[in-house]
Design a protein around this ligand. Structure first.
Ligand code: ACO
Length: 377
């Protein structure tokens, strides 16, 4: 397609590429709701299990429905022994997102519904993946750290189980609440790059595991979910509150991209960042690591003042996750553990009303020319 025939929109900014009943993202007013429920209320009042149910079934569960859903999630927590064996064979230094991508593809090899793209099979796979991704992240971390994986505990909810499987310690109530709310805040976000990737993959009638593996690959990048890890490394680079001003000056002069700031859709503020800020303040204070919160707040003020950039979801989640003792290179896998709810709900929407996603590219290469034989080039 040539320039004359096309209207190129770089980065597909503002392009509407799907209908959805899942996520109402109001970028102008900085508001976000899942299936009609404001994110702030969901983070405060619902568990991640309820939010996942909402995204998969379109309504919040009644008590009996939540019980049955919890039983299904619990039954799916174990991962195949072969996957844990595979973790043992992988290079110890491999980054956990690359491992997670391989893990999702591997889980697709043993899932009884792998190639069944029906609505019912997709819901079953979504439940299994939600549980298995959490277990896989923790099992891989234990194995790479020279420890034995911790089996999931039957009596613990999804968020509590994650922290338990990661550390082997039963987590406190405040930590569980903060982690659970974080998973909810990361659960869904319309056509972000990774969700768009999952929809593109299943639009070819490919399956959920293939799409989620692709989503993990997209989420990994530092302009997307990978930003959280980069935020924490920035806070560590700054080191103390007194160094924020000097850091900011240098970063601005160098036109450095500041991780955790800016957003394609939110220009006035990311509502998730505001909620995470409060949770980070409490968690950093309680863990005796208040300096990370203080550095973050001062950096937010300075960057906001100088460039008008807003902190996005990944900014305050960094000190929050750090104070919950989550290793920095597991921040992005943790986002995947939340976003699996939205990925699978979007995959189901796409499969249920599919049209192949196939945009065009504007051709800017050389004009037509005669083929030159290899001896004459
Ligand atoms: N640091 C410095 N400058 C920035 C930043 C930033 N974080 N974000 C935007 N800008 C500047 C750009 O340099 C550009 O300036 P210019 O017009 O003078 O060239 C202007 O703001 C517009 O920026 P774009 O990159 O065109 O905005 P876009 O919508 O493409 O980017 C993005 C959004 C990728 C998130 C960007 O803000 C960014 O790189 N942020 C840092 C990475 C990050 O935090 N990603 C997480 C996003 S949330 C999530 O996915 C979970």
């Amino acid at each position: 397609m040539t320039k004359e025939d096309s209207a190129l929109i770089r980065g597909l900014e503002g392009v509407v590429a799907a209908e959805t009943r899942l996520c109402d993202l109001d970028g102008k007013n900085g508001r976000l709701a899942y299936v009609g429920y404001d994110i702030d209320e969901l983070a405060r009042k619902a568990t991640f299990e309820e939010v996942t149910y909402l995204l998969l079934y379109g309504e919040l569960p009644k008590a009996a429905q939540l019980d049955a859903f919890t039983v299904a999630l619990t039954a799916a927590r174990e991962i195949p022994r072969e996957l844990t064996q595979a973790f043992r064979l992988m290079p110890k230094a491999t980054d956990p997102m690359r491992v997670l991508q391989a893990a999702v593809a591997t889980l697709g090899m043993s899932d009884p519904d792998t190639t069944d793209n029906s609505h019912a099979a997709n819901v079953r796979k979504a439940i299994r993946l939600t549980s298995q991704i959490a277990t896989a992240i923790c099992a891989h971390h234990r194995v790479r750290s020279g420890q034995e994986p911790v089996a999931p505990a039957a009596g613990l909810g999804h968020a509590a189980n994650f922290l338990y499987m990661l550390t082997g310690q039963r987590p406190g109530g405040a930590a569980v609440k903060a982690f659970d709310a974080s998973l909810t805040l990361y659960a869904e976000h319309e056509l972000n790059a990774s969700t768009f990737t999952t929809r593109t993959i299943v639009s070819t009638q490919s399956d959920m595991h293939s799409a989620v593996a692709g989503g993990v690959g997209a989420l990994k990048g530092p302009l997307h979910g990978g930003a959280g890890e980069a935020v924490m490394r920035t806070l560590m680079e700054i080191g103390e509150v007194a160094s924020v001003d000097a850091f900011t000056e240098k970063a601005l002069a160098a036109k450095r991209r500041l991780m955790g700031f800016g957003h394609r859709v939110y220009k006035a503020g990311d509502p998730r960042a505001a909620i995470l800020r409060g949770m980070a303040e409490q968690a950093c204070r309680e863990s005796g690591q208040f300096q990370w919160y203080q550095i973050a707040v001062k950096l937010h003020e300075r960057i906001g003042g100088a460039k008008g950039l807003i902190p996005n979801v990944d900014f305050y989640s960094a000190p929050l996750f750090y104070s919950l003792a989550i290793p920095v290179d597991l921040f992005t896998p943790v986002i995947a553990a939340g976003r699996i709810a939205g990925w699978s709900a979007n995959i189901i929407e796409q499969h249920d009303d599919n049209r192949l996603i196939r945009p065009r590219a504007e051709y800017v290469g050389p004009g037509r020319r005669a083929f030159v034989d290899i001896t004459k080039r």
